[in-house]
Design a protein around this ligand. Structure first.
Ligand code: ZN
Length: 270
């Protein structure tokens, strides 16, 4: 009898240890795969020559993007927010393949589809009015949101929302450094008027990151997942949401508290 009980306890303890082991191993594998996907996403073509022709192409494409966005901008019911976009020539360097003359304006299409991520806020009663698409100097590309925001504040007439696009600074790190670094895909000031999006090779990711950073600008905070960072993120299993920091679990869903914050933010723009 006592022996049977001991065997039973040992058996269940065994299952417990096995389960915990699986959890840790699969969690680590999952994170390793995720990291590899993120690194692939931030690695650009980067093979164009940065000559006069390149910069004049960029300037033409920037102008075309600006007029296209203004033309397609439909008036929607809701509180209006003026919006400026700031684009960097290095985006073109990232997306353009020297061997493919057809893909020259690919970067502009990525910017355009990224800002369609704002739809989640349009559904909550906002109307974004695109005012300008400004070019910022290439040298600003690898820098932080603070450097970019200071430059913009000093050099341009800003809008209520100012969204900048650049390539990921982690692109310049070695493979080992990249694996160690916590790669960030975007930044937005909480209740602020600036955000910076590091565009990736994945259109859906760009769109979601932009919506997430705009969420910060409306006053939403990140969802707490810190303690799970190196394990499986439980948010991934139970709910998939806009303000999680786990790109693999992101969607556009917001909880009631977040919706209330976004709606209350209308007072800011009236
Ligand atoms: Zn965030």
């Amino acid at each position: 009898m006592a022996n049977g009980l001991r065997r039973k306890i040992a058996k269940w303890a065994g299952y417990g240890i096995l389960g915990a082991l699986c959890y840790v191993v699969s969690g680590n594998c999952y994170n390793a795969i995720r990291q590899t996907v993120v690194i692939a996403g931030i690695t650009g073509k980067n093979n164009r020559e940065l000559n006069k022709e390149f910069y004049s192409e960029f300037e033409n494409e920037r102008q075309a993007l600006e007029s296209r966005l203004k033309q397609n901008d439909r008036d929607k019911a809701g509180v209006e927010i003026s919006l400026n976009l700031y684009v960097n020539p290095m985006l073109k360097y990232f997306y353009d393949d020297a061997n493919d003359p057809e893909d020259n304006s690919g970067w502009a299409k990525e910017v355009e589809s990224a800002i369609s991520g704002l739809e989640v806020f349009e559904d909550l009663g906002y109307d974004f009015r695109i005012e300008n698409v400004y070019a910022v100097p290439s040298e600003l590309d690898p820098l932080s949101i603070y450097d970019v925001a200071y430059f913009i504040e000093e050099n341009y007439n800003t809008a209520e929302f100012n969204i900048s696009f650049a390539t990921n600074p982690a692109q310049r790190l070695g493979v080992y450094e990249r694996l160690k670094s916590e790669i960030v895909l975007g930044k937005g000031f909480l209740r602020g008027s600036h955000s910076l999006i590091y565009l990736t090779n994945d259109t859906a990711t760009n769109r979601r990151i932009l919506a997430h950073e705009a969420g910060h600008m409306f006053g939403l905070d990140d969802e707490e997942i810190e303690e799970w960072k190196h394990m499986l993120d439980p948010n991934c299993f139970f709910f998939i949401r806009l303000m999680t920091q786990n790109a693999a679990c992101e969607s556009y869903s917001l909880n009631e508290e977040e919706i209330a914050i976004i709606k209350k933010a209308k007072e800011r723009f009236d």
